[in-house]
Design a protein around this ligand. Structure first.
Ligand code: NAD
Ligand code: TYD
Length: 336
């Protein structure tokens, strides 16, 4: 029997992963989430009370709690993190606490309890930045070169995972994926933020010249990649996961404005993010060759579905926008 401790399952990717697993596998899930600003049990309403799903509110930094939960599971899939680059510029300390120290607490308990597989969910941002038009992509051999407090904290967590493998024999796998998008994404990230603003005819804040590129990956494709790595991936290996969909911020804004029938005048160029990485792109040939994974959802399909979801679930979005997000937005944009 496979029973997975999912950390951060009330967040964007974690919630999608739980839905995906309960639909596509017979695994049981124990979801440990602190419910920070980014954690939302609304994301999991449909699976609450199910026989294969249990939720525990708690902090991954809480050693005794984590140790107790590890005794009940066979696998760990570790999503819990502070995940937003802009917040890491404003408040770096919590990124180190959760992403570095929290990961170490989990690794310690996983080693002690002889967990079969610790799967660490990481990011392509640990590799630094590519040039806009050099044609290069990140792969598993790319040296680490993180620039933001977020990516530096994730890089540290990746090193700790490998150190626990090398030092204590912990069996792990890791995925470094590109920018996810899809249902339940917190509207601080570009796609749901731009949909929410466009809908209300508010400005879409485009950082700098708007030409920074991200490789967009539909979240269900990412969930499938993680499941395949747990099942068939080699222990102590890393797999890069990308969406083959490189887009810049202007293209994202244009696509959303066109889909919603809004004027391009809503595009508003604002001060650039400090240390803004110019381009991310993933070469996913290792996971494609070894595990037969490739992204199924094209950007055109994925963005259409995501815009639709955000429009159909405006109450979910508005609950967030009217609460915690307002405080943050005011701090970042000075009350605009
Ligand atoms: P998210 O911010 O939407 O969710 C994070 C979740 O972790 C929330 O539910 C939050 O409550 C929980 N959490 C935070 N601190 C915690 C703590 N101390 N203890 C327990 N729970 C805690 O993030 P996401 O976008 O779903 O990202 C999930 C993972 O995927 C992260 O590790 C992130 O670095 C990685 N990742 C995300 C992307 C992306 O595009 N979103 C891309 C690459 C990698
Ligand atoms: P984001 O969704 O924050 O993800 P990440 O920083 O992890 O890549 O940002 C994606 C891209 O969009 C990035 O180049 C920054 C840009 N961006 C904007 O131009 N305006 C915005 O309001 C946001 C949130 C992001």
């Amino acid at each position: 029997m496979t029973k997975i401790l999912v950390t951060g399952g009330a967040g964007f990717i974690g919630a999608n992963f739980i839905h995906w697993v309960l639909k596509n596998r017979d695994w049981e899930i124990l979801n440990l989430d602190k419910l920070t600003y980014a954690g939302n049990l609304e994301n999991l309403k449909a699976v609450e009370g199910g026989s294969r799903y249990e939720f525990i509110q708690g902090d991954i930094c809480d050693g005794p709690l984590v140790n107790d939960l590890m005794r009940k599971v066979t696998h760990v899939v570790h999503f819990a993190a502070e995940s937003h680059v802009d917040r890491s510029v404003l408040e770096p300390a919590v990124f180190v606490e959760t992403n570095v120290l929290g990961t170490q607490v989990l690794l310690q308990a996983a080693s002690k309890n002889k967990i079969k597989r610790f799967h660490h969910v990481s990011t392509d941002e640990v590799f630094g930045a590519l040039e806009l038009s050099d044609g290069k992509k990140f792969n598993e051999e790319t040296p680490y070169n993180p620039h933001s407090p977020y990516s530096a904290s994730k890089a540290s967590s990746d090193h700790l995972v490998r150190a626990y493998g090398d030092t204590f024999g912990l069996e792990y796998t890791m995925t470094n994926c590109s920018n996810n998008y899809g249902p339940y994404q917190f509207p601080e990230k570009i796609i749901p933020l731009f949909v929410a603003n466009a809908r209300e005819n508010k400005p879409l804040p485009i950082y700098g010249d708007g030409k920074a590129v991200r490789d967009y990956l539909y979240v269900d494709d990412h969930c499938e990649a993680i499941a395949l790595v747990i099942e068939k991936g080699k222990p102590q290996e890393t797999y890069c996961v990308g969406g083959d969909s490189e887009k810049n911020s202007i293209e994202i804004a244009e696509t959303i404005l066109e889909a919603l029938g809004k004027t391009r005048n809503l595009m508003t160029f604002v001060k650039d993010r400090p240390g803004h990485d110019r381009r991310y792109a993933i070469d996913h040939s290792k996971i494609t060759k070894e595990l037969g994974w490739k992204p199924r959802v094209t950007f055109e399909e994925g963005i259409a579905k995501t815009i639709r979801w955000n429009i159909d679930n405006m109450a979910w979005v508005e609950n967030i926008l009217n609460g915690e997000y307002q405080k943050y937005y005011k701090k970042q944009y000075g009350g605009k």
